[in-house]
Design a protein around this ligand. Structure first.
Ligand code: ZN
Ligand code: ZN
Length: 362
């Protein structure tokens, strides 16, 4: 008997599953004051209760609660947001930073919505939109708030609210049609560029950008990022490279697109949770000489080890820290941050030769 709701918050979902299984420890969803945790977690001892839910469903519950949306930035890891699924539902609190743990949200609800849900689906639940709202747009009335008590009082009040009651000492907000911003800027899931493509892009931009005509301002901005005053190439970090790309994209969308299409192809890269593969697109270097991208194609990032596990029978595969793709996935920051782009820091030949050997074996 799975009770799934298309607009339930993750806090409500975890609370209900624990409650339906007779658990009474709600510390993973409520703080000591009885507020929702903005980043809730399931204690390791309860994680088995969530294992039979479809991982894609768990991801969608998180995303509608403003957790686990794709990370912004054209070079960011296209798989990192999938990690939130095991972080929330498997690994317990130790995966969160202290700062993240200290984000809380009011426990708000519309008593009429819950009454409707009890009538229509036989059970009540807290909607994701109430996490950041004080007003119900369906019923045109202010929400109730049951925050500000202890965790155990909140837990029993939440159970009352789920039964359609208004717990005593609940306050109704004093607002009319409040349009509180949801604060859930959805990051567009645009296709990311693999770290190995950054170098290609930078070379191309250095060679061609001076010839690309555009607003004088833009040309100057590009030059100031890519060149030193002495006329030498400047070292460029990921953010600067993205800025330059965006300027070129705006001024010469077709030229930029043509270069990207010529140099790269889109593949699916995967994040593995149990037997499920979460997939996302990634632009990688087209030619076969990026063996790393080949491994991305045929392997996956794993929720257990957090490194790329290679699905193909690859016993020779070694994690190389000089390798930009792997560096990103294991260190959570771009290779170029630690080894800035520049002539002497180009990828070493012996690194490529190792991967070319692997290619030959296959
Ligand atoms: Zn309502
Ligand atoms: Zn690559």
């Amino acid at each position: 008997m799975k009770q799934l709701q298309g607009d339930e918050s993750v806090q409500s979902f975890i609370f209900r599953v624990l409650m339906l299984n007779g658990e009474s420890d709600f510390a993973g969803v409520l703080n000591r004051m009885g507020e929702w945790r903005a980043f809730p977690f399931v204690a390791t001892m309860h994680s088995h209760l969530f294992r039979h839910y479809d991982p894609e469903y768990l991801l969608s519950v998180l995303q509608r609660s403003a957790i686990a949306n794709p990370v912004a930035g054209m070079f960011s890891n296209p798989l990192s947001h999938f990690e939130l699924v095991p972080t929330v539902f498997r690994n317990g609190v130790e995966n969160y930073s202290q700062q993240t743990q200290n984000n809380f949200l009011k426990v708000n609800f519309c008593v009429d919505c819950i009454a409707d849900d009890l009538k229509n689906c036989g059970f009540g639940f807290f909607r994701a939109e109430w996490l950041n709202q004080k007003y119900c747009h369906h019923h045109k009335k202010a929400l109730f708030n049951l925050t500000g008590k202890s965790q155990s009082v909140a837990a029993s009040n939440i159970q009352k609210a789920l039964r359609g009651e208004i717990p005593t000492k609940c306050e109704q907000y004093d607002c009319y049609g409040d349009q509180t911003s949801l604060g859930t800027d959805v990051v567009e899931n645009d296709v990311k560029f693999a770290p190995c493509l950054q170098k290609r892009l930078l070379h191309w931009l250095r060679k061609n950008c001076m010839q690309l005509e555009g607003e004088t301002n833009d040309t100057e901005r590009i030059t100031s990022i890519l060149m030193k005053k002495t006329g030498m190439y400047a070292q460029v970090d990921e953010v600067q490279l993205e800025n330059v790309c965006n300027i070129v994209k705006d001024n010469h969308p077709n030229v930029f697109k043509a270069f990207v299409n010529e140099q790269s192809e889109e593949i699916y890269t995967s994040f593995k949770l149990d037997s499920h593969l979460f997939k996302n697109k990634l632009k990688v270097i087209k030619e076969r000489n990026c063996s790393i991208c080949k491994l991305h194609r045929e392997g996956y990032q794993c929720s257990e080890s957090k490194i790329i596990s290679v699905a193909m029978k690859e016993t020779n595969y070694k994690l190389l820290h000089e390798n930009p793709c792997d560096y990103y996935l294991t260190n959570k920051r771009p290779y170029w941050n630690d080894y800035p782009l520049g002539g002497s820091n180009a990828i070493k030949d012996e690194v490529w030769s190792v991967f070319n050997k692997i290619k030959e074996v296959n």
